[in-house]
Design a binder for this molecule. Structure first.
Ligand SMILES: Nc1ncnc2c1ncn2[C@@H]1O[C@H](COP(=O)(O)OP(=O)(O)O)[C@@H](O)[C@H]1O
Ligand SMILES: [Mg+2]
Length: 305
């Protein structure tokens, strides 16, 4: 059995459609014959189960973190999307809203053992390390923005922090390197560098080997962009411009994999607790998810069926 392709979905801002996109993109991939897993990592504000037709999940991620259930598999439930499973984030245990490092690591390590072709990790709002650690941990990450300056700024901060956390993770046990990496985002200590490339150049003289390790991770990490709630042609272009800006100011590659139109029917589909791509009617928004799912399949070289 092949390892699943694990993709986290974030973007910094709440209410921009991360959970809607997670639910629908996963469903679009099941329609192409893939088995899909969903993880709701938005523990403070979990609602992915509702997008997937699960009213009250009997168990969830917190029950696994707390040790009440031994295997991640034990807390996975079936959803209204055929050929999928969900590990919900809904729980009455609020104290576990932010798992500690070891708890996060346990989830990250065990996710790869789950039976799926694709696993989507739906992240919460914000750009602090509780959220960006999950973004950094997996090979693929989708950043969602809605095209307005507010969400673009959040997405930029999210991507920057996610990258810093990814680099920091590489140097467990080397606090001096970690401190240098963290200072990248600190306006007080930021001196000669602002882009990732400038930073690596500033490190290369004394830490050539570490710079190689960082470059390898940066190269392997695939940052993908989706613009949601698109209403006109200008909104679509925001994605291209944002990816260029990220390249210029951060020297991070961000691949624009598509947009999703604003569709009033989304509200109805949430009320019906069923992803819109599974409804019968032909709609523009279904075409958007279909196009993005094809791009994802091509990018991940997953099983194209
Ligand atoms: N493409 C879209 N068209 C219309 N409404 C949308 C679209 N995407 C999301 N929404 C609406 O926006 C709200 C927030 O979406 P949600 O997926 O919960 O965001 P997030 O997970 O980022 O907080 C929901 O009410 C949803 O119905
Ligand atoms: Mg959400």
């Amino acid at each position: 059995m092949k390892d699943p392709v694990i993709i986290s979905i974030g973007g910094g801002k709440g209410g921009i459609g991360k959970s809607t996109i997670t639910a629908n993109l996963g469903a679009a991939l099941t329609l192409r014959g893939n088995r899909v897993g969903y993880i709701d990592a938005d523990l403070g504000d979990a609602n992915l189960h509702l997008c997937l037709g699960v009213k009250r999940p009997p168990a969830g991620l917190q029950d696994y973190i707390s040790g009440r259930y031994k295997k991640l598999d034990d807390v996975a439930v079936t959803t209204s999307v055929p050929n999928s499973w969900l590990v919900s984030g809904a729980s009455d245990f609020l104290e576990l809203a932010n798992p500690n490092f070891a708890q996060k690591q346990k989830i990250i390590n065990n996710l790869k053992k789950m039976a799926a072709d694709y696993i989507f990790v739906d992240l919460g709002a914000g750009s602090d390390y509780h959220v960006t650690d999950f973004y950094a941990a997996f090979p693929y990450g989708i950043v969602v923005a809605d095209g307005l300056p507010t969400s673009i700024e959040n997405a930029y901060g999210f991507l920057k922090n996610g990258t810093i956390r990814g680099l920091v993770r590489l140097f467990a046990g080397h606090p001096e390197i970690q401190a240098r990496i963290k200072s990248f985002s600190d306006p007080e200590t930021k001196r000669e560098f602002s882009t990732v490339n400038n930073f690596l150049a500033s490190m290369v003289k004394d830490h050539a080997k570490d710079v190689e390790i960082m470059k390898e991770w940066l190269h392997a990490k695939k940052n993908l962009l989706i613009i949601n709630m698109v209403r006109n042609a200008d909104d679509i272009k925001v994605g291209t411009r944002f990816a260029e800006m990220v390249k210029k100011y951060l020297s991070i590659d961000l691949h624009y994999i598509g947009y999703v139109v604003y569709a009033p029917e989304v509200r109805q589909s949430i009320r019906e607790m069923k992803p819109i791509v599974l409804t019968q009617e032909a709609t523009r928004i279904k075409d958007c998810f279909d196009a993005i799912s094809q791009n994802l399949l091509a990018l991940t070289k997953g099983p194209i069926r």
